[in-house]
Ligand binder design. Structure first.
Ligand SMILES: [Zn+2]
Length: 340
């Protein structure tokens, strides 16, 4: 398999105050792990580049794009209770979004089989007109729109396995039947959105699928969410490209979350999505704050993208509370998806 890899040292120039969980050491830990396991050498590097105004403004308002650009003039700014910028943040954010656009394009065109984007800052909380939850531009949403605008994919599936609900991504495609947004997340939790009943609006009813789990869920429950809800819906939706908001804050040991997904669990989720869209799958880093867990989990995902196959461990039966959530999601979604 030819797996593309986006990484740029300028992602490290986005800095938050000391003690902030979303710091440059996260990306460095992942990069070092990929290097030490020989995985970077097996991937093809795809250069980051600055996203153009036109690309960003398919998702964000021009006013928001200008506001982020303006932050480069200030030593440090706080944009919301959790979101900070440094002089290097605006460039890092443009490079992250543009790098993911390029990677998704190469995969959609078939020049790469799949890809992994080791990005900072993350994106899925960023809304049309506001930075939020450590996110400045919504990288995945921008890449989905770019692939569509280039005529490379009509239907795009966004799978968001970050601990948190991707309010920005959901909002971007709320009424759009051509982008299916599927999210597993801890609930109730930050940012507060992502209830089962949030299924999209207008022509987009049914193309937002939320699986809000209580804390404590792990591999068995996440695999069950994919097998019982995501895969049947995705088979019917028939995406031409899959973008994954691959946060690793649902990992066992994460300081912000209460989930227990293991590196083998993330590999299992990656394997499930690789069965969609002829394997045209791109993972983009979102959150994840336990450095050892995010490094090991990223390495397992990249290994899976490269085609390495280990025998999958048995994950067991999902927790009763998770089964109840999945049943409730199916009950709400079944009028939109015959295969459920
Ligand atoms: Zn998160």
């Amino acid at each position: 398999m030819t797996t593309g890899l986006v990484w740029d040292e300028r992602f490290l120039d986005h800095r938050a105050p000391p003690g902030h969980p979303e710091h440059a050491g996260r990306a460095q830990a992942i990069w070092q792990r990929l290097e030490s396991e020989g995985l970077t050498a097996r991937c093809r590097r795809v250069p980051a580049r600055e996203a153009a105004d036109e690309e960003l403004e398919r998702v964000h308002t021009a006013r928001h794009v200008r506001a982020i650009d303006e932050t480069a003039r200030s030593a440090a700014l706080q944009l919301d209770p959790d979101t900070y910028t440094s002089p290097g943040s605006a460039l890092a954010a443009r490079l992250a979004a543009g790098g993911l656009v390029n990677l998704a394009r190469e995969v959609a065109e078939g020049r790469l089989d799949n890809g992994f984007a080791l990005l900072r800052p993350p994106g899925h909380h960023a809304e049309a007109e506001r930075a939020m939850g450590f996110c400045l531009f919504n990288n995945v949403a921008v890449a989905a729109r770019a692939a569509q605008a280039a005529g490379l994919a009509q239907r795009v599936l966004i799978v968001d396995w970050d601990l948190h609900h991707g309010n920005g991504t959901q909002h971007s495609f709320r009424e759009d039947p051509t982008v299916l947004y599927f999210s597993t997340h801890q609930f109730p939790f930050y940012p507060g959105t992502g209830a089962i009943e949030e299924i999209g609006g207008g022509d987009g009813r049914g193309t937002t699928v939320n699986v809000p789990f209580p804390g404590g869920m792990g591999d068995a429950e996440y695999v069950a969410a994919f097998e019982r809800v995501l895969l049947p819906i995705a088979a019917e939706f028939d995406p031409e490209l899959v973008l994954v908001s691959a946060g690793f804050d649902a990992a066992d040991g994460d300081p912000l979350g209460a989930m227990r997904v293991s590196p083998a669990g993330y590999a299992a989720l990656t394997r499930r999505v690789l069965g969609l869209a002829r394997g045209r799958v791109v993972l983009a880093l979102e959150g994840g704050y336990n450095l050892d867990a995010i490094a090991r989990s990223s390495a397992e995902c990249v290994r899976t993208l490269l085609g390495d196959r280990e025998p999958e461990p048995g994950f067991g039966e999902p927790d009763r509370r998770a089964r109840a959530v999945l049943d409730a999601v199916k009950a709400v979604q079944e009028e939109h998806w015959a295969g459920l």
